[in-house]
Design a protein around this ligand. Structure first.
Ligand code: PLP
Length: 374
């Protein structure tokens, strides 16, 4: 072995002491910590995906379709049916390796040095990371004590901070509560000239859990046509049971999509990913067959937790935030010892449980009773 040269790597000063982000990936019986769909894709879907990938493999010597207009058209068709969104075409859609990458593209295009991105805590823990990675200043605004947004207050905070981008998850993670459409509209209207140099603030509604929303909760997609600065992000990771494929997307005006096309890496969406996503979209019904069941399981879980005396935020997602605990880490640890992995996240004293199968939820209820003695 030659002697090793002694040196220091020039890691960016703001990254020194940072840890790679991620929830623990542990091998336990009941995985209720990252809001995955607990149901594996059905056999017929698996076969179609495998056959489609085999066909795509014959041309893997070539770079994939950089604009992936076929996939974008399929996604536009899906959204039109799912959310009664009108007038969507392939040119209104963008996609990437998870909606995490879609949102990174948004910050690469609209954020950057001297600019600010804003969200309202508690919310998705990845948002500050996109800010850091795109050298955009991060500002966390505040919510009401019950974790809902006070629209007047939100608008006042936006007018003061003047961010280039506002990220709002609806349903929010980790609280689960959806943003009423009237609030989305009011905030979108206020964002028309609150951005850098009097430009608009790009308003991103992150609807990763939209398919789980309760009846009568409309998607922000229904007002997309009114606001050229509105982007609605979705993912195939949750309701579609396709977290492993890494496919996220957004809908927005074509002018906004064109801005994202500038910053994407060439061929960022592999031919395999495009093929898998298109195959999955041919089986939307089968893949989402369990969404209704998961919503029922969620509502039952919320009712049960409240009966036990816990505080639970209203939820339109496939998870519930509940508490409060003097020592939440001890409860999390106790559940883990019984084979139930949930998430230690959100406001102090709260825990978040993803909704699993009936069997998962029975295990969760049993373990929680034992651990808390309720
Ligand atoms: C899970 C989740 C996403 C989706 O991430 P992917 O990269 O698409 O897997 C986006 N936003 C929120 C708030 C989430 O909880």
């Amino acid at each position: 072995m030659p002697e090793r040269v002694d040196l220091r790597l020039p890691l960016r000063a703001d990254l020194v002491d940072e840890q790679p982000y991620g929830a623990p990936q542990l091998d336990v019986a009941h995985l209720l910590n990252v809001n995955e769909n607990p149901y594996a894709p059905p056999e017929a879907v698996v076969r179609d995906i495998a056959d489609s990938v085999a066909a795509a493999a014959t041309t893997l010597n070539r770079y994939p379709d950089r604009e992936f207009l076929d996939l974008r058209a399929d996604l536009a068709g899906y959204l039109a049916g799912e959310s009664a969104a009108e007038g969507l075409t392939a040119h209104h859609i963008w996609a990437a390796n998870g909606s995490n990458e879609v949102m990174l593209h948004l910050l690469q295009a609209f954020g950057g040095p001297g600019r600010t991105v804003m969200s309202f805590a508690p919310t998705y823990s990845m948002y500050p990371e996109y800010a850091r990675d795109s050298l955009t200043e991060w500002v966390a605004g505040t919510r009401r004590a019950d974790h809902t947004l006070d629209t007047g207050e939100v608008i006042a905070q936006i007018e003061k901070v003047r961010p280039a981008v506002v990220l709002l998850a609806s349903p929010n993670n980790p609280t689960g509560t959806a943003l009423p459409l009237a609030d989305t509209r009011a905030i979108a209207q206020a964002c028309a000239s609150t951005g850098p140099g009097g430009a608009a603030t790009v308003l991103v509604i992150d609807e990763a859990y939209a398919e789980f929303r309760r009846d009568g909760t409309p998607s922000a997609l229904t007002v997309l046509g009114e606001y050229p600065h509105l982007a609605v992000a979705r993912t195939m990771s949750k309701a579609f049971a396709l977290a492993g494929a890494r496919v996220g997307y957004l809908a927005a005006a074509p002018e906004l999509i064109d801005c994202l096309r500038i910053v994407r890496l060439p061929y960022h969406l592999s031919a395999v990913t495009q093929t898998v996503a298109r195959a999955a979209l041919r089986h939307t019904g089968a893949l989402q067959a369990q969404v209704a069941q998961l919503r029922e399981e969620r509502d039952a879980c919320v009712t049960w937790l409240r009966e036990q005396g816990f505080t639970v935020a209203d939820t339109d997602a496939n998870f519930a935030l509940f508490g409060t605990f003097d020592d939440r880490h001890a409860v999390w640890q106790g559940l883990l010892q019984k084979g139930v992995l949930i998430r230690e996240t959100g406001p102090e004293g709260y825990l978040r449980v993803s909704i699993g199968t009936a069997e998962d939820m029975a295990a969760f209820r049993g373990a929680l009773k034992e651990v808390t003695g309720r």
